[in-house]
Design a protein around this ligand. Structure first.
Ligand SMILES: [Zn+2]
Length: 144
């Protein structure tokens, strides 16, 4: 039950199994928590019922929405290779740069020296051209 909002999946690039948050937006629990926080803030500031509690509630809601979105956005990026599927959709070159940067950092980090190598796709555009010119048809998928 505690892992309900988590979803097991694999990195699209290095195929490392990982968990990502499925939750992109706030849910009922966040709204209840925001309402409770607003009441606490209200008593802390005014010591009695005050209509400005609504403002506090809206602010709490906005903060939790931003928090949930940032958490989701950060969780989407692969911790191992740095692959960012959202950035990849928008700008594949920028995403490739990020992965390169992350892999270079990984190479320099002694922590990863003994860990098992990443299962990276090794096919290059040259190989794709060579395969396709052999008349074996187009590559349907590079992520088998
Ligand atoms: Zn990855």
């Amino acid at each position: 039950m505690f892992f309900k909002s988590k979803h097991n999946c694999y990195c699209a690039f290095c195929k490392t199994p990982r968990n990502i948050y499925r939750k992109k937006n706030i849910g009922v629990m966040n709204i209840i928590a925001s309402a409770m926080a607003a009441v606490v803030i209200m008593f802390a500031i005014w010591q009695e019922y005050d209509p400005r509690v609504m403002i506090a509630f809206v602010v709490c809601l906005a903060i939790s929405e931003v928090f949930v979105q940032i958490r989701w956005r950060l969780a989407v990026v692969c911790r191992v290779c740095g692959f960012d599927p959202i950035l990849y959709v928008k700008d594949s070159k920028a995403a490739a740069e990020k992965v390169k940067f992350q892999l270079d950092r990984r190479k320099e980090d002694p922590k990863y020296l003994l860990s098992k190598p990443l299962n990276l796709p090794t096919i290059t555009p040259k190989k794709v051209d060579a395969l396709e010119s052999k008349g074996k048809g187009k590559l349907v998928s590079r992520s088998v």
